[in-house]
Design a protein around this ligand. Structure first.
Ligand code: F6P
Length: 366
């Protein structure tokens, strides 16, 4: 089909590589399809309130290496349950009709929605209301079904790995237990990959609730063996067996009711200190994993996904998400993703690899 005008928005939490995707979509739509490109600002909010800008080859110059998103994003703009403060009271409205109307007014032959599970679920609902949508998967958590990798993940792993390298030298010098808490929500992908890459002695992920006794035993064994320092990688969503995830705060603003994970690093440090006479220090990497320039892998993946999404739109393949099925980019129906999170399977090869080389995962195997 002929594409005259397409739109693109970025929704949910940002990650490195979003601008690489915006650039690839813009350029391939212009070069390959001779289409105009409209950038919708601040996720679905821009579609609800009609805020957009024309994107061009020129306006996407120099953004490949730029972190964040030039279009802005928000994770509180669900048009089906849009929350606003009206006279100091929280009001929830269904603005999905406005989205359909504004997409029609803009004359969009396709809307590219770049986002994680929540954003793509909304995209699917809007598609069912008649907006021709194609999804592009992003998140540092790498927890989306249907794709081998989401862009943003590898950059987060690189950042966490560098932090580990630095913790090793200071931890060794002071003979301390160093804990690094990384993001990932309910999935342990970042902790597992960067823990292995960064030479962690212990890796704790949400999918395997940890037993403190084995964590402590590993540290003691190392100390007895002449290495009185240990490096622990802990995912923010990890929890002790029989315990709960640690929540930093239950809502970040009055309009944002999603619980914010964080604090397991400090909790773990307190638990360890009660049992071992070694100094323990905790570092929380937080949003540093989401900011800054994307690594080469994410630049390439973002560019491939963006160009493939435009090609799919040209073929009229709406209601799908472009995905990496190594080495190919394939199309996955958005309906297959709804409500699913890709956690680390407990029998995943990375788990076996970690344990095979002696990394402790908070369970008996040493
Ligand atoms: O989903 C991406 C992510 O960075 C998670 O790893 C983390 O738990 C969450 O977003 C943090 O969200 P916020 O930006 O709202 O603090």
């Amino acid at each position: 089909m002929t594409l005259k005008r397409v739109g693109i928005l970025t929704g949910g939490g940002d990650c490195s590589g979003l601008n690489a995707v915006i650039r690839a979509v813009t350029r391939s739509a212009i070069i390959d399809q001779s289409a105009e490109v409209i950038g919708i600002e601040s996720g679905f909010e821009g579609l609800v309130f009609g805020r957009s800008q024309v994107l061009s080859t020129r306006s996407t110059r120099d953004v490949l290496t730029l972190g964040g998103t030039i279009l802005g994003t928000t994770n509180k703009g669900d048009p089906f349950a849009f929350k606003e403060l009206v006279d100091g009271q929280i009001q929830t409205s269904d603005y999905s009709g406005r989205c359909v109307e504004n997409a029609r007014k803009l004359g969009l032959d396709c809307l590219f929605v770049v986002g994680g599970d929540g954003t793509l679920e909304i995209a699917h609902k809007l598609h069912k209301l008649g907006i021709p949508v194609i999804g592009i998967p992003k998140t540092i958590d790498n927890d989306l079904e249907g794709t081998d990798y989401t862009f943003g993940f590898q950059t987060a792993v690189e950042v966490a790995c560098e932090a580990m390298d630095r913790l090793h030298t200071t931890g060794r010098s002071h003979q301390r237990v160093m804990i690094l808490e990384v993001m990932g929500r309910d999935a342990g992908w970042i902790a597992l990959e960067s823990g292995i890459a960064g030479g962690a002695h212990i890796i704790l992920i949400p999918e395997i609730p940890y037993h403190l006794e084995y964590v402590v035993r590993k540290i003691e064994l190392r100390a007895k063996g002449g290495s009185p320092y240990s490096i622990i990688m802990v995912a923010e969503g990890a929890r002790a067996a029989g315990g709960r995830q640690v929540i930093q705060q239950t809502a970040t603003t009055r309009l944002q009711s999603k619980p914010q994970l964080g604090g397991i690093g400090q909790t773990l440090a307190r638990q360890i200190k009660l049992q071992i006479d070694l100094e323990v220090r905790t570092t929380v990497l937080g949003h540093i994993q989401r900011g800054g320039s994307p690594c080469a892998f994410d630049r390439v993946l973002g560019t491939r996904l963006g160009a493939a999404a435009v090609a799919a739109a040209g073929l009229g393949k709406f209601g799908t998400m472009v995905a990496l099925d190594t080495p190919e980019i394939v199309l996955v129906p958005l309906s297959k993703l709804a409500g699913r999170t890709r956690l680390v399977p407990v029998d995943h090869q990375l788990i076996h690899t970690a344990e095979a080389i002696g990394i402790n995962l908070g369970r008996e195997k040493m």
